[in-house]
Design a protein around this ligand. Structure first.
Ligand SMILES: Nc1ncnc2c1ncn2[C@@H]1O[C@H](COP(=O)(O)OP(=O)(O)OP(=O)(O)O)[C@@H](O)[C@H]1O
Ligand SMILES: [Mg+2]
Length: 257
């Protein structure tokens, strides 16, 4: 049965999408079958996986409103080990549409229930907010990876995220399920800036062994890869950022065991 991991932090631009696509790619290189779910209106993960936005009619948000099924939405990629449930930019927010649904927090959970045997890992790229969409992701997940940028004010907003995680844990308990903080990932470390290491220490003091040993360096190749619609692990396999995401994939497998 697959292990479901949300990549979440309501702070924008901390490396959620970059982590989702590169972890998906690096895990596939280790032979794992992956489902990547893009839950962000910006559809960055969809674009970064080289999926043409005009190439599909229905997206994951249509599943939230019951206008599409899992199979209607599923997109295969060049990498046969990675499937994607893509997102599309929406005119009207999905949150208003599902507000009256009594089961609104469990929509994704239900959608994935019968598909868990098809994949080794299901990775969910969350939007930079803590609304129903992120709640859906967390409720559907076994664990959450929290990317934290190695910059000033990194701790800002983490209390809110942790409160949301606690709420979700309470909701999941009813079904005898759990959600763990699978790991905290330090991202975009600039080796030339000493304050970055201070942030790492600060986060380690708070989260202890939850912090992954792998730290993702700030590396221009990483953002360049996005332009070509491929993960950096494919775009430039020997670059520092690609190697760090491959290292992360190994750490994820070790933690899982
Ligand atoms: N290790 C890295 N080195 C250099 N640039 C990076 C790195 N990781 C991410 N970036 C760049 O930083 C920006 C933000 O990254 P990303 O989109 O992954 O963050 P996000 O948390 O998903 O953002 P949002 O909250 O908007 O969804 C992007 O332009 C990305 O290419
Ligand atoms: Mg993103």
């Amino acid at each position: 049965m697959s292990y479901i991991l949300s990549i979440a932090n309501q702070k924008g631009g901390v490396g959620k999408t970059t982590t989702a696509i590169n972890l998906a790619s690096a895990l596939s290189e280790l032979g794992k079958k992956i489902l990547l779910i893009d839950l962000d209106y910006q559809a960055n993960a969809t674009t970064c996986m080289g999926i043409n936005r005009g190439g599909f009619d229905k997206c994951i948000f249509d599943c939230f409103t019951k206008e599409a099924s899992f199979d209607d939405v599923l997109v295969k990629t060049k990498n046969e080990l990675i499937h994607v449930l893509p997102a599309r930019t929406l005119v009207q927010g999905i949150e208003e549409k599902i507000i009256l649904d009594m089961n609104r927090d469990f929509i994704l959970h239900s959608l994935l229930k019968d598909r868990r045997d098809d994949y080794d890992y299901i990775l969910i790229d969350c939007p930079p907010s803590l609304g129903y969409i992120t709640t859906n992701a967390l409720i559907a997940s076994d664990g959450v990876i929290i990317p934290v940028q190695c910059e000033f004010l990194a701790m800002d907003g983490l209390t809110q995220l942790l409160n949301t995680i606690r709420l979700v844990q309470t909701k999941k308990k009813v079904n005898h399920e759990t959600l763990i903080i699978f790991g905290v990932l330090m991202t975009m470390l600039d080796a030339r800036v000493t304050s970055g290491y201070q942030v790492v220490n600060e986060i380690k003091t708070y989260f202890n062994e939850k912090v992954f040993q792998t730290i993702i360096p700030r590396n221009i190749t990483c953002s360049n890869a996005t332009f070509y619609g491929v993960p950096v692990t494919v775009f430039s396999p020997k670059s520092k950022s690609a190697l760090s995401y491959k290292q992360l994939a190994k750490e994820v497998l070790e933690r899982r065991e």
